[in-house]
Every structure is written in C-alpha cells, then in structure tokens.
Ligand binder design. Structure first.
Ligand code: GRF
Length: 224
C-alpha cells in the first residue's frame, strides 16, 4: 500500500576526467556470484539505444542464477576458471572491448592487476551506507544484521569505485531508506535492494554520459 511505503532518497554529489567519448556506447561487463537482480536491473536499463550496454557477464560460480539472466538477454555469460587469475580476467575483458566493469553481487576480490588496469573504471554496489557497514565479511545478510544490531535509524545502498580493498573506493552515489520497527535482515535487505536497482543503473548511465564514472549530481526521490 503506497501510503505506508517508506520514501527513499538517492543522493548524488559531483566530480571529473573523461576516459571515453560520450558519443560512444560504453561497453559494460558485469561480475556476479549469485541471484543477479542488480544485473537484471542493468540489462533492462541498458536496452535499445541506451548509451551503455552489457557486453559480458562473468561469474566465479558456474551455478549462479545471474548467468541464466544474462543468457536470456543474449549476453555472453562466462565462468571464470580461476577468479584470482588476473590474466584470465584481462583476456576476457579485452576480448569484449570492455570500458567499464560493474561488480553486482560479486563476492570475491578482483585481482589487483585488473584493478590497476581498469583503475577508476570499476564500480561496485554495496547494500549499506558506506563507509559504515563495509569491509571484509560485510556481505549479504551480515550487512543488514549489523545495521539492525547497531540501532541505526536508516540504511541504504552505495555505488562506489573499486580499489584493492573491499568497499573502500570513492563513493559515487548513495540512496537512503529508513530502518523500520520490526525489521529483520530480510525485510531491510528487500527495502535496500529496491534502491540498488535504481542507483546502479543511474550510476552506469551517468558514467556513459560523461565517458567515465562520475559522482551523480542530483537528489532523486523514490517511493520504494
Ligand atoms: C546486493 O545486495 C548487492 O548489493 C550485494 O549483493 C547483493 C546481490 O544481489 N553486493 P543480486 O545478485 O544483484 O540480486
């Protein structure tokens, strides 16, 4: 029921350094480990004549449901034989002429040589308001359980650049949701996920428009 739905705010600060002509379609690879709902949101947002498109999905897990979502959209879905092997990553990304790598529920560390090669061109979506509730071990329900245990009154999602440490790179966009009385990790995760599904495509479309990842300049109201 709409009247009781908590409102979420998506807040985007601004920054700069063009890596790609905005007239070109930005070629996006998405790394996944599981369900793939953020991948699905991206595939839908980047359809038709969008300035970016998903050209490759990679996973460390052959059984990731996200791989099937990619295949349903006609996108190459490849399983990394050795997720810690930078050469394999770099070969696959180069083969598909990837401009931007998006981690959407990818649970392993990306090899340092890949981060160095794609410096400032790798995004991650995290289900909390970084820098709080991030870092090693902060994934999945662990994040939301920690938020609830802390007594925080709000949570949300963060899109950030990826560097060599988990969840530490520069923040590009955040969307906030309230923590409600009676919330469980599952109900909070579901509320945050609706924001992730808006925030991540917005960040990728902004990157495509600017030719490089940028902090997003406006505040967006959402009824999710
Ligand atoms: C999302 O909550 C994302 O923030 C986190 O892992 C979850 C992935 O969900 N990193 P999905 O696979 O995109 O459905």
């Amino acid at each position: 029921m709409r009247s009781s739905a908590p409102r979420a705010r998506l807040h985007f600060p601004v920054t700069g350094l063009r890596l790609l002509s905005p007239a070109m379609t930005m070629r996006v690879a998405v790394a996944v480990s599981g369900r793939g709902s953020n991948l699905e949101a991206l595939l839908r947002a980047l359809a038709d004549d969008a300035p970016a498109r998903v050209v490759l999905v990679v996973s460390n897990r052959p059984d990731a449901a996200a791989l099937d979502r990619a295949r349903e959209h006609g996108v190459p879905a490849e399983v990394l034989s050795h997720p810690a092997d930078a050469t394999e990553w770099l070969d696959r990304l180069a083969h598909h002429h990837v401009d931007l790598l998006v981690l959407a529920g990818y649970l392993k560390l990306v090899p340092a040589a890949v981060i160095a090669r794609y410096r400032d061109r790798i995004l991650n979506v995290h289900p909390a308001l970084l820098p709080a509730f991030g870092g090693p071990g902060m994934y999945g329900h662990h994040v939301h359980t920690a938020v609830l245990a802390s007594g925080a009154r709000e949570s949300g999602a963060t899109v950030h650049l990826v560097d060599e440490a988990y969840d530490r790179g520069r923040i590009l966009a955040q969307g906030r949701v309230p923590v409600l009385p009676g919330d469980t990790a599952a109900t909070l995760a579901a509320r945050v996920l609706t924001v992730e599904h808006r925030l991540l495509p917005a960040a990728v479309l902004a990157a495509a428009a600017a030719g490089r990842p940028v902090a997003l300049p406006e505040t967006v109201e959402s009824s999710s």
